[in-house]
Design a protein around this ligand. Structure first.
Ligand code: PEP
Length: 253
């Protein structure tokens, strides 16, 4: 049985004080929630506060980026070792905003995935096609390429610690969601690629999340699909009272 993981991506939102307030509220709301892992991707400046605030709850903390070196002359960058040392457990990598605005390539993302794993962080690797690519029937080709390159050199054993987030770019922050059937069919193709890379049994163990305008209203029907094992949620994760509804939709999938 695959683990359901509902993760919030806060992007460049919330000061440390706002982080503490939101997570205090969320911590109370998730009390008693079972069978789902909850992850919050907070900004670097909030991570230490976030880790301390969620102590004793089911909530785990993610960073939203790393530099793929352990230390050294990389002014302004943050290493996986630094994150691990303060109790961060996950890292969101390959998000389409980083691919687009910071020109991150599949090869660079692959270095980050390897560096995260080597230093004990679980990568949430984001993949997904643009609107133009979907309209020209390139969705599966784009996802396969991003998976094959982003996961190059990863062993099946290591793959068990990786979460994949399928995020069609046209659905991120737009209010447009893939229909559950559309997302399910893409998730099935993604799992086929994972089976080719790591074998069927490992592919069946890997959590593949959907991301793109997932919210309290549409989460249930998406999460009911066989191959949708969780969500990566942007806007709807910022308020604890909304995010808890998405989390609850993941409980009984
Ligand atoms: C995201 O950026 O990972 C995301 C899914 O954002 P939203 O839910 O706001 O579309």
């Amino acid at each position: 049985m695959r683990k359901t993981i509902i993760a919030g991506n806060w992007k460049m939102n919330k000061t440390a004080t706002e982080t503490r307030d939101t997570l205090k509220e969320l911590k109370e709301l998730v009390d008693g929630v079972k069978d789902v892992e909850v992850v919050i991707g907070a900004p670097f400046t909030s991570l230490e506060t976030a880790v301390k605030t969620v102590e004793g709850s089911i909530i785990k903390i993610a960073a939203q980026n790393i530099y793929p070196k352990e230390s050294g002359a990389y002014t302004g960058e943050i290493s996986p070792v630094m994150l691990k040392s303060i109790g961060v457990e996950y890292v969101i990598l390959g998000h389409s905003e980083r691919r687009e605005y910071f020109k991150e390539t599949d090869e660079f993302i692959n270095e980050k995935v390897k560096s995260a794993l080597k230093n004990g962080l679980r990568p949430i690797l984001c993949i997904g096609e643009s609107l133009e690519e979907r309209e020209t029937n390139k969705t599966d080709e784009v996802n396969s390429r991003q998976l094959e390159k982003g996961l190059a050199g990863i062993t099946p054993e290591e793959a068990k610690n990786i979460v994949i987030a399928y995020e069609p770019i046209w659905a991120i922050g737009t209010g447009k969601t893939a229909t559950p059937e559309m997302a399910e069919s893409t998730h099935k193709e993604i799992r086929k690629v994972l089976a080719k890379l790591f074998g069927e049994s490992v592919a069946n163990e890997m959590t593949v999340q959907y991301g793109g305008s997932m919210n309290a209203k549409n989460a249930k029907e998406l999460l009911e699909m066989d191959n949708i094992d969780g969500g990566l949620v942007g806007g709807a994760s910022l308020e604890a009272s909304t995010f808890i509804e998405v989390i609850k939709a993941g409980v009984k999938r």
